[in-house]
Ligand binder design. Structure first.
Ligand code: ADE
Length: 239
């Protein structure tokens, strides 16, 4: 059985969306992964298949009902231990470590919220992980689910052509990637750094490491602090 994403959404036509293209699309076609999409509306209640209701305590918007979400989760009825993830700006930040954990298992079940969100009780009852893809608010969890899936699918065996390209990059060692250059060697008066043309592989590796550390220090002080706290990884500046 290949790696399977079960997706619960009110907008099933949004899947596989961009993941039907390029490497992920080819992997979908050749069965490296499955995209099992369920329309939450089919689990709605009453004549109008209602999936939401007004929030207890008042306030704006609507809340997705726990019984409806539970029925949808039951329909997936995966007994393979695949984690269930609810995409929400209230979640903890999604990390590359999470992605690696999802990829190492049989797949994921992704719950995409609309409206103001999902009743908290079903999230507790089903031990659903709450995950955010960043500090901004999307109109629903679908695009966040696509981001999470893109990050997973590219790591599945055989999806990326070159073996190296999936690992040696940002976050695998807690640092941002070094800058990249290709031909022409001079463009609009801007030369490629000499060292990259030197053929000295050790010097190039050292330069790239320095550039990674500089970019991380300047752009992501949070990642830099975390990197420094892992004493087992000496930086070129620490010696
Ligand atoms: N749904 C709405 N905004 C989101 C975000 N930033 N991350 C995950 N899910 C979301």
């Amino acid at each position: 059985m290949s790696w399977t994403a079960s997706i619960l959404t009110l907008f099933p036509d949004m899947f596989p969306g961009p993941l039907g293209q390029s490497l992920a699309g080819r992997a979908l076609e050749n069965g490296t992964w499955n995209c099992d999409v369920r329309d939450l509306r089919t689990f709605g209640l009453g004549r109008h298949n209602a999936v939401d209701d007004t929030p207890f305590g008042g306030g704006a918007g609507m809340v997705m009902r726990p019984d409806v979400v539970e029925a949808a989760l039951e329909s997936v009825s995966r007994h393979d231990g695949a984690p269930c993830v609810y995409l929400t700006p209230r979640g903890r930040p999604l990390s590359q470590a999470d992605i690696r954990r999802y990829v190492s298992g049989p797949g994921v079940t992704l719950l995409c919220g609309r409206y103001e969100g999902v009743d908290e009780r079903v999230l507790e009852e089903r031990a659903i992980e709450q995950v955010s893809i960043g500090d901004y608010v999307l109109s629903g969890g679908e695009t966040a689910a696509l981001v999470l899936l893109d990050a997973c699918v590219r790591l599945l065996p055989g999806v990326m052509g070159s073996v190296d390209s999936g690992v040696e990059e940002s976050f695998s060692d807690g640092l941002l990637e070094y800058p990249l250059y290709t031909r022409p060697a001079e463009w609009k008066g801007r030369a490629v750094p000499d060292i990259l043309l030197s053929g000295n592989h050790a010097a190039i590796a050292r330069w790239r490491r320095e550039q990674s550390e500089k970019a991380t220090r300047e752009r992501r002080p949070d990642l830099w602090a975390a990197h420094l706290s892992h004493a087992s990884r000496p930086s070129v500046h620490e010696g």
